[in-house]
Design a protein around this ligand. Sequence first.
Ligand SMILES: Nc1nc2c(c(=O)[nH]1)N(C=O)[C@@H](CNc1ccc(C(=O)N[C@@H](CCC(=O)O)C(=O)O)cc1)CN2
Ligand SMILES: Nc1nc2c(ncn2[C@@H]2O[C@H](COP(=O)(O)OP(=O)(O)OP(=O)(O)O)[C@@H](O)[C@H]2O)c(=O)[nH]1
Ligand SMILES: [Mg+2]
Length: 459
Amino acid sequence: MLARHQDPIAAIATAPGRGAVGIVRVSARQPLDGLIEAVCGQALKPRHAHYLPLRAADGSVIDQGLALHFPAPHSYTGEQVLELQAHGGPVILQLLLARCLQALPGCRLAEPGEFTQRAFLNGKLDLAQAEAVADLIDASTEAAARSAARALEGALSKEVNGLRDALIHLRMFVEATLDFPEEEDVEFVQQADVQGQLTGLRSRIEQILVRTRQGALLREGLQVVLAGQPNVGKSSLLNALAGAELAIVTPIPGTTRDRVSEQIQIEGVPLHITDTAGLRDAADEVERIGVARSWESIAKADVVLFLHDLTRLQEADYQREDERIRAQLAAHDDAAHLEARLLHVFNKADAAEVPEGAMALSARTGAGLDALRQELLARAGWQAMPEGLFIARERHVQALSRTQAHVGGALEQVSVPRPALDLVAEELRLAHEALGEITGQFSADDLLGEIFSRFCIGK
Ligand SMILES: Nc1nc2c(c(=O)[nH]1)N(C=O)[C@@H](CNc1ccc(C(=O)N[C@@H](CCC(=O)O)C(=O)O)cc1)CN2
Ligand SMILES: Nc1nc2c(ncn2[C@@H]2O[C@H](COP(=O)(O)OP(=O)(O)OP(=O)(O)O)[C@@H](O)[C@H]2O)c(=O)[nH]1
Ligand SMILES: [Mg+2]
């Protein structure tokens, strides 16, 4: 353990700037009696809110506030914690913070996520729960917040721990059998139906993977880019989806020159929508840069919504331009990837006939927008699962997929006539290890550093 994990730390634990109330939080291994006496002028009853003057070094009053002492180990971090709840002005909170740093020997400013990192290191939260704390704070929709709260309660961890126990059970069995003489072990493994157990495990992992992917979608959202020729109604569609006049709309082709992005939500799934400059051989420098940016956005999008203008479908030059864009899209992407993310949508259904089977809408009247929303959710792989939802990260999906691959590897090994049990054991060990990365049982220090450094300060 690095020495820095032993230091007392302090930080402003509320959003910076002006708030009605702000909190300065201190966490330390050593007793906080000296600090409490210095700032509060009296001893504090554990886990009890005291209203009192909070004092500077010269005895002057910084603020009338609330002080709370959580003696170790019954605190957020598992260490001694002192909370000073003051009025929320930035100057007051800075003064209180400076006072704590100066009155508690060895105390330094907390790094981002360091309180939660200590909660993790002291076993108060596992890694998936600690990540849920950050996801709860950063949640951009109610559904994301609610499922982050469920992950914080341990919904994902519980699933992962259930899998872990089943894996440990199998590992112990297979490893014990390894010590048997060769003829007996095979028979033993067959009797215990290791193959059946592995098959069961694999379908359990698959079910959890499906839910974890949903949880990751709630967290990451979906990147949708509106692309197409000038004047087809991309900006109108952005405005219609967002319900606000965000992008300029005019009948002049080439109106949008720079990207305009907005986050909306559909059934709680965050959608990041980007309106782009119409794709054409631009006449001037500004538009040329705009079109280059359109292509950058297209490259990064999960869904490329290729918008067409129904009123111009029959025009030869219009068709030629659409073909050119299609070819350019194909040149930027491999066919399968393009197929999976390209969505053709036909606009101005209020002003023209709609061809059979086309996904048509009118950005002007709003007709067809609901069907588009549902199509976007379907593209994202969203399945409404009201109960049992928990927030998750791409990292969790990856770890579960690797666990699944190793369980599959073990299954392959036991399915041959004379299974090599040492290979089965090795696959199971790797599966266990991959699974353990989710809750932080087997996590490298650099992964932990990476995760906690993305928290806000004071968390
Ligand atoms: N004022 C304040 N509000 C806050 C926090 C905080 O640190 N301070 N939290 C910060 O994120 C969240 C609450 N999280 C907390 C988690 C555990 C404990 C705690 O004292 N745990 C003890 C006792 C548990 C019990 O009494 O049942 C323990 O785990 O032993 C406190 C806050 C949200 N609201
Ligand atoms: N009739 C009809 N006109 C529409 C519809 N959507 C957009 N328009 C009109 O089409 C013209 C172009 O709309 P924009 O939204 O600016 O088109 P754009 O694709 O963003 O164009 P650029 O920014 O130039 O690439 C405007 O005159 C809109 O009023 C629609 O659903 N029906
Ligand atoms: Mg536009």
